[in-house]
Design a binder for this molecule. Sequence first.
Ligand code: CTP
Length: 420
Amino acid sequence: MIRVLQTKTILLGVTGSIAAYKAATLASQLTQAGARVDVVMTREATQFIGALTFEALTHRYVATDVMALLPDSQIAHVAMAHRADLFLIAPATAHLLAKLAHGLADDAVSATALDTRAPLVIAPAMETGMWEHPATQANVATLVARGAVIVEPGIGQLASGASGRGRLADLDDIVDTVRAVLGRAGDLAQRKIVVTAGGTQEPLDPVRVLANRSSGKMGFALAAGARDRGARVTLIAGATSLRVPRGVEFVAAPTAREMRDAVLGAIGDADALVMAAAVADFRPAHTAEQKIKKEHAERLTLELVRNPDILQEVASRLPPADRRALLVIGFAAETQDLLAHARAKLKAKGLDLIVANPVPQSFGADIEAATLLTRDGAAMELSPLPKEELAEKVLDFVSAKLARHSLNENSTMARDTGSG
Ligand code: CTP
């Protein structure tokens, strides 16, 4: 379940492109993530994929005709237009873009688009020539000027067999865009959150690294969750093979020292720093310029030196935790004495919150047990939950704390100016 999608009604418009079959996966993904999905199709779309497929996936009525009525005699596309929280058209053909730009309404999708006031997200799919044509580009520009968000088509194999730009965007990028648009006015709007993720890798030679088992899933879930609540997010990641979430600023920082520089560079105007990365505490004292060879050696001893402790350095540069504008959140990954070690780290690193979690079982897993410990001594023990939901709990803390800061600042200002 994705929090920003729960309780939301997403209207999915499907038009006549070969990519229409991919809309079934979109409908399924959005439904499984917790959204109510209404589907409206053009006649041409139904030639590529049946309405029944969408009905079976969403368990809801699918409109394929402007004249269609719901069982209670309401006009289907009007009722759907009015109850939508967001209108996603995927795939959108060149013809549909032209109709939307000019306000035509002779099919169920364009008629719904004209009537709804929900935010519009459009994922076009067509041949390269059609996409690049000035007429299409002008139509896209008109729609963007009216507030539509376009998920640009990608490059790849097209219906003609040729390869070029025009392929429906990656479905995960489309879902990310839907989430970001739905969350625009969320409780972290106007906030900047810096998140680190993944394990760092310290080079031994040009082909080998000293690494750890962190997958980066927790940090990526935090970054996506903060974006879904309206925050401006900088995601600083070590080694990870995860897809970069759309709508966040991404900085690759493979080593601890690169991560330190990236964090210090990003927190200047930030409201919160969440350090979910597994930073290597040590790095090889020397990085060999050439690949280390095994000849004539039965043993190899590596000399390691300490890496900077990023959180400690952040704490040393800022005022004490109770007087600083930046919230600082850390993670304690421990194999034993979890809570005692976590409390010690909370104090030593001057944190507002620490997420204590047992390792190695949580590395790479989708579900994680954790205890949240705050600076004022409160503890919240969470039974195993998906990393996305754990991320939301951490962000709930961030949001509540930042709201309280603002409230305090406002009341101080009101006192200083003698008002209120
Ligand atoms: N951390 C950091 N810089 C480091 C090491 C860790 O900023 N060089 C951060 C991590 O991102 C995490 C927190 O500190 O948020 C705790 O990390 P952890 O590895 O559990 O603890 P360490 O401080 O490295 O202590 P130890 O390895 O001795 O348990």
